[in-house]
Design a protein around this ligand. Structure first.
Ligand SMILES: [Zn+2]
Length: 340
């Protein structure tokens, strides 16, 4: 349906017309029974949603071009490559305690019940690595709680994922590094199979599940960390990292990718304000790891190997964890930026 709508949209646009989802749907319905009788086997939503999706894809493309973002031109979907998904309008499904009623499919068990109470707006059913998921949009009141928690500085890194100025530490679990061996073995296994064959399919889905598992492990860690930080702190100070630049470092790019520091910052950016706090980004050229947080002395000679910060000022003599010192500096700098 999506490909049909996209092709039709393109032809009409190139002929100087102004295609829209409604008109296309009408046009499609006129030939549906004759040319696409199989489309009656699935819910009406799956068919109608495709037209919506095409319209959204074009809207994103044109808006992206205006905002100089890189949103690609809508592409045709492929049975092999594309993520399989369809839309359900809110009047077409019912959610129960542990089930969902999908039209033409019946009652489907859910692994987890819907955690939010509110008006259900729509749903989308999709497939990832042989598992089926439903994401349900629920309308809820947007109440930001009052936040009287203390401010905190957060230093992110590869040796330790996050070090907080109040002493909390989160280790980097490196899910990709741990499962890399298994990933390589499966990739080799896939290469040995006949492409497109039954065993090739089996290995391919095994590989997809492993990739998904790695992504889940990473997301779980990041979500737990960011939720905890957002709920327990008022002001959160972080370093404004140049993530794209870091990923270009060939020796460390896998580690950076595995730690997903960019996602960590994105999550904080969305969660901290929702918990009533403020996120302050400290400029990326601020030498947070070189300064001593007690006396302000700067040690430009500090190497990456030194995990303990030793202050060379005889009057100060501070010694402490390198990342903790950096997080304290980030906090001080953020408080200075915000002002009294
Ligand atoms: Zn010092």
């Amino acid at each position: 349906m999506f490909n049909w709508a996209l092709a039709e949209w393109k032809t009409q646009y190139e002929a100087g017309g102004k295609p829209n989802a409604m008109a296309l749907k009408k046009q499609f319905n006129a030939i549906r029974r004759e040319q696409f009788p199989w489309s009656y086997e699935v819910t009406k939503c799956a068919v109608e949603g495709a037209f919506r999706d095409v319209a959204v894809a074009f809207k994103n493309f044109f808006e992206g071009r205006k905002a100089a973002r890189r949103t690609g031109y809508p592409k045709f979907k492929s049975k092999k490559r594309s993520r399989q998904a369809f839309y359900l309008a809110n009047d077409k499904f019912t959610v129960g305690d542990h089930w969902i009623d999908v039209p033409k499919l019946g009652r489907v068990n859910m692994a987890e019940k819907l955690r939010f109470a509110g008006k259900i707006l729509s749903a989308r059913i999709s497939k990832t690595a042989d598992w089926w998921f439903v994401s349900i949009t629920v309308e809820m009141s947007d109440v930001v709680p009052e936040n009287h928690c203390p401010p905190v500085g957060l230093d992110v890194g590869l040796n330790r994922l996050a070090t907080l100025s109040d002493g909390r530490r989160y280790e980097n679990q490196r899910p990709l590094r741990h499962l890399l061996k298994r990933l390589r073995r499966l990739n080799k296994e896939l290469a040995r199979r006949t492409k497109g064959g039954k065993n090739w399919q089996k290995t391919k889905s095994k590989l997809a599940r492993l990739h998904y598992r790695i992504a889940c492990l990473r997301a779980d860690l990041l979500h737990k960390l960011t939720t905890e930080v957002a709920k327990t702190s008022g002001l959160v100070a972080v370093e404004d990292l140049h993530v794209k630049g870091l990923l270009q470092n060939r020796c460390l790019s896998r580690s950076f990718f595995d730690a997903a520091l960019g996602t960590l910052l994105d999550l904080l950016e969305s969660k901290v304000p929702r918990a009533g706090g403020t996120l302050v980004k400290v400029g990326r050229f601020y030498p947070s790891s070189q300064l001593c947080h007690c006396c302000g002395l700067r040690r430009a000679d500090l190497t990456l190997k030194e995990r303990i910060y030793l202050c060379t000022n005889p009057a100060c003599g501070y010694t402490g964890d390198r990342d903790e010192n950096a997080s304290l500096n980030i906090l001080q700098e953020a408080l200075r930026l915000v002002g009294p």
